[in-house]
Design a protein around this ligand. Structure first.
Ligand code: HH2
Length: 288
C-alpha cells in the first residue's frame, strides 16, 4: 500500500500593495491588511505570505525603504496576535532582513536570490542575496522566473521548459548552499506564470512529481493566475478563477507538494480536507 501524501500546508497571500494583479489596493491600508491576515489565520492558513511589491508583468518597482514601511508594521502586528508562520515575499535582501527581524521565518524570493542588494539603502552591506539568506538563517523559497517581472511575459521561450526550470532551481539551491544556507531550509517553486505561456504552465504542473522527487519541499502558486482564464473564458476576472485554482492545487497535493500559495484560504482548506479524507478512506483509515 502506498502512503498518502501529507496534506500540503496552506500559505495565505496578504499583498500590502496598491497594484497586485488580483487584489491590488484592497489591503494597502495597514488596518485592512491586519484584518485580512487575521481572517486568513481564522480560515486555517498555516503560513501567511506578506508582500509589499507586486511582481505582476509591468508592475512599478518599489524602493526598499517603501517596501519595508509597508510590510514590517504588518509582520510585527501579526506576531503580536498569532504565532502563525510568516513568509516575506520580496526580491530585496534589505527587506528580507527587516522582515525577519520583525518575525518572519521564511524568505520567499521570486528571484531565487539573484538580485543584488542596494548597498546605498538601509545600510546593507555588500553581501549578495545568498549570503544574506545564510546569515539570516531563515527558510528560503527559490522560485523560477524567466528574466524580470517587467518583461517576463514578452514571448517567453524554452527548448524544454521542465528540464530548464529544474536545472535552474537545482543550480540556485547549490548557490544558496555554497553561501551557507542549510539544505533543509531550501524550498523550490517552478514559478507558475513567471515568464511562461499557458502551455509552459501546464507542462510544469504536469511535471510536479518530478520536482517533488528532487527532495526539496515544493511550493505551488497557481492561485487566480491567468492561464486559468485561457482554459475557461468565464475566468476573465482574477476573482472568477477559484475553480481552476482549486483544481491546480489539488493536483499539486496529489503530486506531493509541501505547500500551496493561495488567495482563497477557506475554500482551499476545505478542498484539501475532502481530498485528504478520500485518500484516508481509500486506505481503510478510520475517519477522524
Ligand atoms: N506568485 C506571485 C507572487 N509571489 N511567490 C512564489 N513563491 N510563488 C508564486 O507563484 C508567486 C509568488 C504572484 O501572485 P500575487 O502575489 O497575487 O500577485 P502580485 O505579484 O501582483 O502581488
Amino acid at each position: 500500500m502506498t502512503a498518502q501524501p501529507v496534506r500540503p500546508r496552506v500559505m495565505g497571500i496578504v499583498n500590502v500593495t496598491p497594484d497586485s494583479f488580483s487584489d491590488g489596493g484592497r489591503f494597502f491600508d495597514p488596518a485592512a491588511a491586519l484584518d485580512q491576515a487575521r481572517r486568513l489565520i481564522d480560515e486555517g492558513a498555516d503560513i501567511l505570505d506578506i508582500g509589499g511589491e507586486s511582481t505582476r508583468p509591468g508592475a512599478t518597482p518599489v524602493p526598499a525603504a517603501e517596501e519595508i514601511a509597508r510590510v514590517v508594521p504588518l509582520i510585527a502586528a501579526i506576531r503580536a496576535v498569532s504565532d502563525v508562520a510568516i513568509s516575506i515575499d520580496t526580491m530585496k535582501p534589505a527587506v528580507a532582513r527587516a522582515a525577519v527581524a520583525a518575525g518572519a521565518t521564511i524568505w520567499n524570493d521570486v528571484a531565487a536570490l539573484r538580485f543584488a542588494p542596494r548597498t546605498s539603502e538601509m545600510g546593507t552591506s555588500e553581501m549578495g542575496a545568498p549570503e544574506v539568506a545564510a546569515e539570516l538563517g531563515c527558510e528560503v523559497i527559490l522560485m523560477h522566473m524567466l528574466g524580470e517581472p517587467g518583461t517576463m511575459q514578452d514571448d517567453p521561450r524554452y527548448d524544454d521548459v521542465v528540464a530548464e526550470v529544474e536545472a535552474f532551481l537545482l543550480a540556485r539551491a547549490l548557490t544558496a548552499m555554497a553561501a551557507g544556507v542549510e539544505r533543509e531550509k531550501i524550498w523550490l517553486d517552478p514559478g507558475i506564470g513567471f515568464g511562461k505561456t499557458p502551455a509552459h504552465n501546464l507542462a510544469l504542473l504536469a511535471a510536479l512529481p518530478r520536482f517533488v522527487a528532487l527532495g526539496y519541499p515544493v511550493l505551488l502558486g497557481a492561485s487566480r493566475k491567468r492561464f486559468i482564464a485561457t482554459l475557461d473564458p468565464s475566468g476573465a476576472e482574477p476573482t472568477a478563477r477559484l475553480g481552476g485554482s482549486l483544481a491546480a492545487h489539488l493536483h499539486g497535493a496529489a503530486a506531493g507538494v509541501a505547500a500551496v500559495r493561495v488567495h482563497d484560504v477557506r475554500e482551499t482548506v476545505q478542498a484539501l480536507a475532502v481530498w485528504g479524507a478520500i485518500g484516508g478512506a481509500a486506505q481503510g483509515r478510520p475517519r477522524p
